[in-house]
Design a protein around this ligand. Structure first.
Ligand SMILES: C[S@@+](CC[C@H](N)C(=O)[O-])C[C@H]1O[C@@H](n2cnc3c(N)ncnc32)[C@H](O)[C@@H]1O
Length: 197
């Protein structure tokens, strides 16, 4: 990726403010818009490397369990636990729930695949990760828990989201100002029903 594109003002701001990634500002913007994170919650962070979202969620008073294929630098903050592995692996999923000790209040997914540049192939991979995030949320969220998942507009993703409407309520798509202007990413939020009315 070109340097001018990578090192924009949020990249520099993240460095100054001690966040591990510019992505931290995306979660801060989601929080400003939807107020999903509360102190005392247990939050799952799917695709957490290098850890900007973990930092933001922990600063807001949540206990965070994160997972990524990539190795994260350890956190001094003991309210953040990290599992290294593929979120699709059942053993990894069992470890995430074990570390949480109960179902999650909020499942966040910022997972992105390595893009090949071949649009049709990339759309399938993106859609698979959106589906994985929703499948994990379906298994691991408490009733009335919320899932937030990164997505990109394409037919493959749209099909996945249409299927989720049978299991989740209040499905909303949000475009963020902190997303680079060169990206068409969006974040989808939805609620797992089933709690007391
Ligand atoms: C955009 S980065 C996440 C940035 C992060 N939210 C932050 O605040 O620093 C996307 C991450 O998704 C991870 N990822 C993609 N597929 C995954 C999978 N199946 N299991 C776990 N992590 C995955 C990638 O390794 C990558 O580190």
């Amino acid at each position: 990726m070109a340097e001018y594109q990578r090192k924009d003002h949020l990249y520099n701001k993240a460095k100054e403010e001690g966040y591990r990634s510019r992505a931290a500002y995306k979660l801060l913007e989601i929080q400003k818009k939807h107020r999903l994170i509360r102190s005392g919650q247990v939050i799952l962070d799917l695709g957490c490397y290098p850890g900007g979202w973990c930092q933001v969620a922990a600063q807001l008073g949540a206990r965070v369990v994160g997972v990524d294929i990539r190795t994260l630098e350890t956190f001094a903050d003991n309210t953040i636990s990290i599992v290294e592995g593929d979120a699709n692996d059942p053993d990894v999923q069992a470890e995430l729930l074990r570390l949480a000790g109960r179902k999650f209040d909020l499942v966040l997914s910022d997972m992105s695949p390595h893009l090949s540049g071949i649009e049709a192939r990339d759309n399938v991979r993106i859609a698979e990760l959106v589906e994985l995030a929703f499948d994990i949320a379906f298994q691991m969220l408490r009733p009335n828990g919320i899932v937030v998942a990164k997505a990109f507009p394409c037919n493959d993703v749209e099909e996945v989201l249409q299927r989720q409407k049978k299991r989740f309520q209040k499905l909303k798509r949000t475009r963020l100002e902190s997303t680079r202007t060169t990206s068409n990413e969006l974040y989808v939020t939805a609620m797992l029903p089933g709690g007391a009315k």
